[in-house]
Design a protein around this ligand. Structure first.
Ligand code: B12
Ligand code: SF4
Ligand code: SF4
Length: 342
């Protein structure tokens, strides 16, 4: 096909995505980049930065060898898509909060339907459109959960650069994009882009300056163990005193290193949650509200564990009352253990 790049960008946008590249799975430069990354990742894992995310170690071999992980694939289409991330009109199902409520916050990226689902929808539509041009082919869509170094592939394909916040920064939509991949069992023309960034990250550094913990420290590897997103979503068991302080008022995820990526968000796009509502509503009601969103991955117990950690750190007049109510009425051993922590 003559200008496959142009076609690919048009098709991905028609399908609801933002940008796309296409990499041959046997590209020798990709192999070299993955080999280098493999060593760096091994060291990172050996330093304990993965914490409770045991799946990162389990998946490492496959992540570094896409040809083994996806044996029939010939080309990888990598896309970015937004799912209204950072858009003030993005919606959520949580009830409104009142001025005097004691609040916790959910990261803005969890608004709208689960981005995993949106990404799969875009990728499947894109496959159908490509089949109109190239004939039917099999393909495996992947967003987040399959063994893939998604940011590495996106950077290799020129969709953007890796920012100091360890995220893919695109030339026109900053870091607030998700990544998806389509492993295609067909040889497609390669599209490796040359991202034209409006300014280099070294002139900004907002993300590092606004990270409230030591997760992002210049010149050091990304430290998940200090990242609020890790602590609120992935950390198992209770949060100790210092972890409870680190999470501030976050119940799920953290926005500080994304909302400051120029153009900075003008309004607060976090989801405010009444902690009283979170503790006192039935688990069934909360499950109904988070169903189909990215928050479902954490589940009700983890949201309440995080709420318990926030309450224990709070000097809000309502906090002690809510702790006492929760100790009497909630049954989850994890939440009770968190509430009983000194
Ligand atoms: C595990 C995970 C997390 C963990 C760990 C985060 C991390 N930075 O690795 C936690 C829970 C903390 C997390 C948080 C978030 N995540 Co997350 N996460 C992932 C996941 C599933 C795997 C990432 C991974 O493998 N990490 C492990 C390390 C070993 O791998 P690595 O990141 O590639 O890092 C190595 C290389 O960079 C290498 N390296 C460093 N320098 C160099 C230089 C060269 C030349 C080379 C070759 C290599 C190299 O060293 C690093 C360490 O070994 C990806 C999806 C995926 N499958 O990729 C989403 C993903 C990265 N997450 C995403 C998002 C949105 C988030 C949050 C913004 C959510 C939120 N609002 O709370 C935060 C952001 C936190 C942050 N600043 O990173 C998006 C990011 C989109 C983007 N624009 O980049 C992804 C891509 C999911 C998706 N499909 O869109 N996440
Ligand atoms: S998500 Fe929050 S804690 Fe984690 S690196 Fe970004 S700003 Fe720091
Ligand atoms: S906040 Fe600034 S330094 Fe960080 S990724 Fe965005 S542009 Fe780069």
């Amino acid at each position: 096909m003559k200008d496959f790049n142009k076609t690919l960008q048009t098709l991905v946008q028609e399908c609801g995505g933002h940008s796309a590249c296409c990499i041959k799975i046997d590209n020798s430069d990709l192999k070299k980049t993955l080999e280098e990354n493999h060593l760096i990742s091994q060291n990172w894992l050996a330093s304990g930065y993965a914490g409770d995310m045991n799946y990162l170690e389990r998946m490492l071999e496959e992540k570094s060898n896409p040809q083994k992980a996806f044996p029939s694939a010939k080309s990888i289409i990598v896309i970015t898509f937004k799912n209204k991330w950072g858009d003030a009109s993005a919606e959520h199902n949580f009830p409104d909060v009142q001025d005097d409520d004691l609040l916790g916050y959910i990261s803005a990226y969890a608004k709208e339907q689960d981005y995993h689902k949106t990404g799969h929808q875009v990728l499947l539509k894109l496959q159908k459109k490509l089949e109109d041009n190239f004939g039917e082919f099999s393909a495996t869509p992947a967003v987040d959960t399959k063994p893939i170094f998604e940011r590495l592939l996106a950077v290799f394909g020129g969709l953007g650069i890796r920012g100091p916040n360890d995220l893919l920064r695109t030339p026109d939509e900053n870091v607030r994009v998700f990544i998806g991949s389509l492993f295609c069992d067909i040889d497609l023309p390669e599209v490796i882009l040359d991202p034209k960034m409006p300014f280099p990250c070294k002139f900004c550094n907002n993300c590092v300056e606004n990270c409230p913990t030591d997760a992002l420290v210049e010149g050091q590897p990304f430290n998940s163990l200090e990242c609020i997103s890790y602590l609120t979503i992935e950390k198992k068991g209770t949060l100790d005193q210092s972890e409870s302080r680190l999470i501030e008022e976050w119940l799920f995820g953290c926005d500080w290193c994304t909302v400051v990526c120029p153009p900075k968000d003008k309004e607060d796009t976090r989801i405010p949650i009444s902690l009283e509502w979170l503790m006192k509503s039935s688990a069934g009601e909360i499950k109904r509200i988070i169903k189909g969103s990215a928050i479902e991955y954490a589940g009700v117990t983890k949201l309440r564990r995080n709420a318990a950690a926030i309450l224990k750190q709070s000097d809000h007049p309502k906090a002690q009352e809510l702790i006492e109510w929760s100790l009497k009425n909630l049954q989850s051993p994890l939440v009770l253990e968190q509430l009983n922590q000194d």
